[in-house]
Ligand binder design. Structure first.
Ligand code: CP3
Length: 348
């Protein structure tokens, strides 16, 4: 691993450097817990309109950087712009979340238009370029995409789901056509991430939020292998750009994911024991995350204890401070400020 001398602590951590004060950012750091986000959100119609509005998307990406001085900004967009770019119908209903016209069987794969993807996503690349110019020199810019498995669950269930029944039954009954969907998503996701890097992203993160719903064989085939294929393709074009994988709730299979996909770093959910992760994960794979988002929402001394536990567990390893999943919208912004201060030791 080559240890970078970058002005960006986030990139130094990803190059393997252990820092006295770990860099910090939070998943979903731009969003409804911030009043200034809600104000911009109210100016546009649908949520997707905000994702495709480079000026406003840039503004809401910068809001948490101005307020908290995080070490990284994450492009404001959503994992579901990819199925939308593939020409599936996608919309968001206030208070209900995402809706998609679901893929019902293999014949529906014909709806998907891989050639349309990069053209459709041009406004997102414009946002990346604006952010690259606007961010302070010490702040890294993270691009992202949903992992094929997680995106496929939305495409098949038609939205959020509790048990992913339709998707899982499809994988068991007709793995060949499910593989065709995954292959389409691997190609589109790799192209999408490469284009974000071309536009100015310093690093990328692959969100496999529902990896934990798979059994071991399913995890290997639908989460680990697609991640490995995406890493290979992105590396072929951008060998030095760090890639963070987030196979959420994968438990001990984090080991295989970290060892076999080629990712630079793994983002850890809060269910993974910190000491186990610090002891067991390959030394050359950087770690990120692990703080329970509900501990941040709760605040107080329990939050301080949870933070100190993570700092202690990953002491001596390159670690990026983050949550185990996205910030919850009821989280008081003051608690985020207190968290950043504690990490940077501005308070006792
Ligand atoms: O600050 C950031 O992290 C950048 C932006 C970002 C959003 N979504 C904005 C968003 C990122 C990285 C995502 C990723 C995302 N989107 C994931 C993976 C991470 C995770 O949380 O597991 C998933 C599964 C989605 C799909 C999605 N988008 C759902 C299920 C929902 C509805 C639930 C909710 O929180 O409302 C969204 C909507 C969404 N994406 C919002 C934001 C700020 C809220 C909608 C709004 O403001 O109107």
């Amino acid at each position: 691993m080559i240890v970078l001398r970058s002005p960006k602590p986030f990139l130094r951590a990803l190059s393997g450097q252990v820092q006295d004060i770990p860099p910090i950012w939070l998943m979903r750091q731009a969003g409804r817990y911030l009043p200034e986000y809600r104000a911009v959100r109210a100016e546009v119609g649908g949520f997707l309109d905000l994702c495709y509005d480079p000026d406003r998307a840039c503004e809401v990406t910068l809001q948490p950087i101005r307020r908290f001085g995080f070490d990284a900004a994450i492009l404001f967009s959503d994992i579901l712009v990819l199925p939308h770019a593939l020409q599936q119908k996608v919309w968001f209903v206030e208070g209900e979340g995402p809706k998609l016209e679901p893929l019902r069987d293999a014949s529906d794969l014909a709806i998907l238009q891989p050639d349309a993807v990069l053209g459709h996503l041009r406004p997102v690349f414009e946002t990346v370029a604006k952010l690259n110019a606007a961010l302070p020199m010490e702040t890294a810019l993270i691009g992202f995409a949903g992992a094929p498995w997680t995106v496929a669950t939305y495409m098949i269930e038609g939205g959020s789901s509790r048990d992913f029944a339709k998707t899982k039954i499809w994988t068991y009954r007709d793995p060949d056509s499910f593989q065709r969907l995954i292959d389409i998503l691997v190609d589109a996701t790799a192209d999408y991430l490469v284009a974000q890097i071309d536009a100015g992203a310093d690093a990328v993160q692959l969100f496999d939020s529902w990896a934990g719903a798979l059994d071991e064989a399913g995890f290997r085939r639908w989460s680990l292998e697609p991640a490995k294929a995406i890493v290979e393709r992105v590396r072929a074009r951008h060998p030095d750009v760090p890639i963070i994988g987030f196979p959420r709730a994968a438990g001990p299979l984090y080991m295989d994911y970290a060892a076999e996909t080629g990712v630079t770093a793994v983002s850890l959910d809060q269910g993974l024991p910190a000491e186990w992760a610090a002891r067991t994960l390959p030394r050359d794979v950087v770690t990120q995350g692990n703080l329970d988002p509900m501990a941040l929402l709760a605040g107080g001394t329990a939050l301080d204890r949870a933070v100190d536990h993570i700092l202690q567990a990953f002491d001596g390893r390159p670690h990026i401070f983050n949550l185990g999943h996205g910030i919850i919208k009821e989280t008081p912004p003051d608690y985020v400020e207190r968290l950043v201060a504690r990490i940077r030791r501005a308070t006792s």
